[in-house]
Every structure is written in structure tokens, then in C-alpha cells.
Design a protein. Sequence first.
Length: 187
Amino acid sequence: MDLETRPIGPHSWDDVAAVFAASSGSRDCWCMQWRTAAAAYQRNGADGNRAALRELVESGAPVGVLGYDHGVPVGWCSVSPRADYPRIVRSPALKLTELDRDDVWSVVCFFTAAGLDHAEVVPALLDGAMVYAARAGATVLEAYPGDPTRRHGSVHGGSVELLGAAGCELVAEPGGARVVMRRELSA
């Protein structure tokens, strides 16, 4: 597979929708779990979350990168300024610091089309996310992977191994199901 990554822009909706339609993951979330309040997220359901993500994509706001295999969209990585993820920022479980920094971007989710090797697609998506974030002015990339040794670790947030291989360092183990990892970026 020769994966190319591209930042998601206002005209990327059809490709974003194609990745979610071809994904083996949850189609209810539409990667809005960290972007909306818990009550609104639950109330929205799949259709409301889909509409919210579409509106966000079409607005041109930074939402992430897509991976393409020979022009076909096959993967998604949600990456944007940390402030765009209010549930991450307010999470008592993560105990984040330096919340006023605008130069910290967060990677919160990876999706791949069903039938593809997640281990082959996700590292390329992460590389593309780091390049995109750095070009947009981020100096730090932060991630919150599920720790498989703890309860309820999520595979969608990546893994400690994946992020470590990409140069991210473990900076906090707050005690919940997730850890905090960071990598300094350069443009």
C-alpha cells in the first residue's frame, strides 16, 4: 500500500463520509465524542453527529487528515488544536496542564476502512497528522492513547506503542484508562 495523506478541507466531505461508511468502527460517533458535551453527543445520535462533523468539515476548520490509497480514501485521523476538543480539555481523568497553550494540537482518533491492515495505515496517518499540525503552527502534538493494561482502553485513540514509535513520549499516567503522550514538532 502506498498511502498518501492530505489535510481535510471544506471540499473533503465526500471522502470523509466514504471512510466512515467503509469503517469497521463505530459509525455513531462520527468523531464528535471529544468535540461536544456529553449530553449533546448522546442526544445527537449518529445522524446528529454526522451532521455536526459535516458542518465542521465544510466550515474549513482544522479537523484532521485523510489517507488515500491510489486516490481512494481509506483512513482518517482527527487532529486539531487541543482547544477544539472541550471534553479532552475538561477531562478530570487526564489532568492536563498548560491549558492556555494554542500551539498544542491533539490527535484523538484513527479510523481505517474495513478489511485494511490497521497497523499499516495508522502510522502513515499519524505521520501526516504531525506534518499538518506543524505546518499549521503547532509546536507540540499531544495524544491520549488507551493503555491496554488498563480497563476500557480505546484502540481508536492509537496505542502507546504506535505513538512511541513516532517519537511521542509518555508524559503523564493519570490513573484512568488513558495516558498522555507528547512530541515536540518543528515546521
